[in-house]
Design a protein around this ligand. Structure first.
Ligand code: NAP
Length: 541
């Protein structure tokens, strides 16, 4: 390491600044501080740790991955000491888990809460990043690591008249800590993605009336949540090494096998029985019923048809059932939600479905929502309208790389990274689960751990070799972007025109398939190969 340059008055100097204190920021702090001995500060916008789970406290918020593998794998002690209470953890339990980890590893002393990063600039002459915050603080650091999550920049559609609405409105991803009382209220919920599908049943049970404004009908699999039994917990704790091995060897970082058979290789009766069994078991594992559900349109049709029939079975009013039935995309080409009594909710007397394809929203008025067909009077509007995914949280940091190049400009045509880890022209900036990595197509904690381990090893390598800088080479990033596109195009994923994977949910956002769809195991192999080959594609000096 070169000697630290003199600091400007007032700047606090660290070896590494990590932005965000969710799953990724906490683990990255532990690795850099406790393994490499670096002087590290985590800057966190919220007034508590937890990242995604700090902000997403909406009714029904619960993880779609099962609790026993939606957690860290790096510490055998932590996984033995912590026990999950339910098959899918609810948001407060995930925060309790992260608090437990932070206490266990004594992380809080290096986390600065209520600190919003407003800008970061790279000084090429000194190989240092300067980081500014909304509170007027300035930091200098060799390494800048973003741990801001993929789904943390709320997408609030710009409806005319929202400011005139006399009731209250909330985005699910910035839910008030104290909660929202729906008792006796007329509630309008916009959005039927994973979030809306979790929220609607809970809101409907509490509110006087719920109107669900749906733009695109969605598939959903029952979650079949239930308490964990002590026997199950014991068995899981005894087999963690195999669980993690399986998760790392798979496509999506989940510790279950995708069946090797094709959906087209079995008889209709056999296929139906397999789908029924997966439906009864519940959860994201449904898509592992056959290996070609996301690779072959005819195979995908079999799953989509099965799920459409289930909607018709559950929803009593055939017209409502038809409006709830997705016809414009195949199952799992958009992130598949899982639910607890979502479709059943539309059998309630106090729930109304509005099809925005038939009657788009014109404006929000003083009294509610106006569509092209009529006015809906509301006391509360819930925006379950998703996120400016993957790039949004990074662009919000106002990062400027070498020669003052803004990240926003570098990514004007869409994100360009090498392995989702680094951006050419932005030395020593690491993006945990950045665009171009498996990230959101994966079980997040294990994808995060792989990135953090890689980043930690790269920084260790620099230090051991007396080097200051690591930077993705432009040609490596170009080749990677091409590979990310190829990987996506080898699947049915790009077919869903309104998918946030493509940035299609945010008006004006470049349409680029952002996560790496080539599979987690393959991605790990590529990263290891790159390292073994002397950090191929990175410039080190
Ligand atoms: P989302 O999947 O992007 O869904 C947003 C919904 O809002 C969609 O129905 C969308 O319709 C609608 N919408 C957006 N803009 C609109 C507009 N201007 N007018 C009308 N409707 C509009 O967002 P999300 O449900 O928050 O989920 C995002 C991701 O977060 C998930 O896919 C998942 O990866 C993650 N998540 C995970 C969990 C979990 O693990 N527990 C829970 C929730 C979310 P279109 O489809 O037509 O765009």
């Amino acid at each position: 390491m070169a000697a630290a340059a003199p600091k400007p008055a007032g700047a606090q100097v660290f070896d590494a600044i990590i932005v965000g204190a969710g799953f990724s920021g906490l683990y990255q702090l532990h690795k850099l501080r406790d393994e490499l001995g670096l002087n590290v500060r985590v800057l966190e916008k919220g007034d508590g740790i937890g990242g995604t789970w700090f902000w997403n406290r909406y009714p029904g918020a619960r993880c779609d991955s099962e609790s026993y593998y939606y957690c860290y794998s790096f510490s055998p002690e932590i996984q033995q000491e912590w026990s999950w209470t339910e098959r899918y953890p609810e948001h407060p339990e995930i925060r309790r888990y992260l608090d437990f980890v932070a206490d266990r590893l004594d992380l809080n002393r290096d986390i600065q809460l209520s600190t919003t990063v407003t800008g970061a600039r790279f000084d090429g002459a000194r190989s240092l990043w300067t980081v500014d915050t909304a509170g007027g603080e300035r930091f200098e650091t060799r390494f800048l690591i973003t741990a801001v999550g993929c789904l943390s920049a709320a997408n609030i559609p710009k409806f005319d008249g929202l400011e005139s609405f006399r009731g209250s409105w909330y985005h699910t991803g910035a839910w008030p800590r104290e909660g929202v009382d729906f008792t006796g209220k007329r509630v309008g919920q916009i959005g039927t993605g994973s979030t809306g599908i979790q929220a609607a049943p809970v809101i409907a049970a509490e509110a006087a009336h719920l109107t669900v404004f749906q733009r695109t009908a969605n598939y959903s699999i029952p979650a079949r949540n239930r308490p964990m039994t002590p026997e199950e917990t014991r068995a899981i704790k005894a087999s963690y090494p195999e669980i993690w091995e399986k998760a790392r060897a798979g496509t999506n970082g989940h510790p279950f096998d995708v069946a090797a058979r094709s959906a087209l290789s079995v008889s209709d009766e056999e296929r139906e029985a397999i789908y029924e069994q997966a439906w009864a078991r519940g959860g994201l594992r449904f898509r592992a019923s056959f290996q070609d559900i996301l690779a072959d349109k005819a195979a995908n049709d079999t799953a989509s048809d099965f799920l459409r029939r289930k909607i018709a079975e559950v929803v009593e009013d055939p017209e409502v059932a038809e409006r709830l039935t997705p016809r414009d995309h195949g199952f799992a080409t958009k992130r598949p939600p899982i639910d607890t009594a979502y479709f059943e909710t539309f059998n309630r007397d106090n729930v109304l479905l509005v099809d925005l394809k038939a009657e788009p929203i014109v404006a929000v008025t003083e009294r509610g929502i106006r569509t092209t067909a009529r006015d809906y009077e509301l006391d509360i509007i819930v925006f379950a309208t998703g996120f400016d995914a993957l790039t949004g949280p990074l662009l919000a940091l106002n990062i400027e790389g070498e020669n003052g190049l803004p990240l926003r400009q570098a990514w004007a045509e869409g994100p360009r990274t090498y392995l989702g880890l680094q951006v050419p022209g932005f030395p020593n900036l690491f993006t945990i689960t950045g665009p171009g990595s498996p990230s959101v197509l994966c079980n997040m904690p294990i994808a995060i751990e792989q990135h953090v381990d890689w980043i930690t090893a790269a920084i260790r390598h620099l230090r051991e070799h007396g080097l200051d800088r690591i930077e993705a080479r432009p040609e490596a990033a170009d080749a990677w972007v091409e590979h990310v596109n190829e990987a996506a195009n080898a699947t049915l994923l790009p077919m869903a025109a309104s998918s946030w994977y493509l940035g299609a949910n945010v008006p004006g956002k470049p349409r680029v398939f952002m996560p790496y769809a080539g599979g987690f195991a393959r991605y790990i192999g590529i990263c290891n190969e790159v390292t073994g080959d002397g950090y191929r594609g990175f410039a080190l000096r």
